[in-house]
Ligand binder design. Sequence first.
Ligand SMILES: C[S@@+](CC[C@H](N)C(=O)[O-])C[C@H]1O[C@@H](n2cnc3c(N)ncnc32)[C@H](O)[C@@H]1O
Length: 284
Amino acid sequence: MPQTSVKHSQQPPAPKLRPDHLAALADLARSEAGIRLTPEKIHFLQTRLARRVTASGSADFSQYIALLKRDKSERVRFTEALTVHTTSFFRENHQYRWLHEEGLPELSKRRSEITFWSAACSTGQEGYTALVVAENYRTAAPNAFRFRLIGTDISTVVIAAAKAAIYPPTDLETVSAKLRQKYFLRARDGSERHRIVPELRKMAEWRQANLVTGTGLAGITADVAFLRNVLIYFDAEIQATVIDRVVHHLRPGGYLLTGHSETGVRHRALTPVQPSIYQKTVQP
Ligand SMILES: C[S@@+](CC[C@H](N)C(=O)[O-])C[C@H]1O[C@@H](n2cnc3c(N)ncnc32)[C@H](O)[C@@H]1O
C-alpha cells in the first residue's frame, strides 16, 4: 500500500510558566487589581497567560514579566486575562427577594431617587436584575420614586457587554417567564438572543473602575451597593481596603450586599441586616 505522508503544521510549544515566575506575576496582579495569586493557581495561570505571552511577542514568561513591568497597556490585558467574570440574572436570589419585600419599601419611604451600584458588575446581569426588580416593585409601590444604576468593573470587555445588554437564551433561564416578557426583547439580529428593554437600559451607566486603587469611582453615592463575588479574589488587607472604599461611597442608611461566601465583612459603620446584607449606620 502506498504510504501517504501527512504534514502537520508545526505549532511552537506554549510558553511554560515556572514556579520561580510566580512571585513577580503575583506582585503585578496584586498591585494592578488586588488579585491574590497563590502557588495552587499555577495551572490556571499557565492556561490564562500562555496565549498573552505569545501574542505580546515575548519569547517566554521571563520576557513577558519584563514587558509587564514597563508597559501599562499590557498590564491591562494581563488583568483582563486573570479576571473571572461568572455571573447570572437573579444570582443569590434571596437578596433580590429582600430588595422587593424590605429594601425598596423602606428606601422608597425616605428617598425619591434610589441609586444602585453594581461594583464588580461583570457583563451586567447583577445590575439589570436590580433594575428589573425595582421597576417591577415601582409599578405597584405606595411611594413614588425614581431609580438608576451605576455599574463598574475593572474589565473594559465586560463593560462593553453590559452596555450592549444582549444575552443568550441560556442566560435567561433564571428569569421568570413573566419578567422575561416585560423586560426583555428579542434581539434584532434574528438570533435567539434577548436584549434588556430600552427603558431600563437608559437608567444604567457603565464605567471602568478599579475597586482596589479607587480609580473611576469619583462621584458615586449609592443607596444599594452590590459587592458580590469579587472580595474572594483579594487578600484580607485588600478586602478591608475595598470594603472601606465601598462603604465610603454608600449613603448613610444605604445597604451593602456581598456574596454568600464572603462572610468576613466587618466595618465599624456596617450593621448586619440578614446574611450577606448590611446597612450603613446613619450618622448623627
Ligand atoms: C465573578 S465576577 C462577579 C460578578 C457579579 N458581581 C456577580 O456576583 O455575579 C467578578 C468581577 O470582578 C471584577 N473585578 C476583579 N477585580 C476587580 C477590581 N480590582 N476592581 C473592579 N472589578 C474587579 C472582574 O472583572 C469580574 O467581572
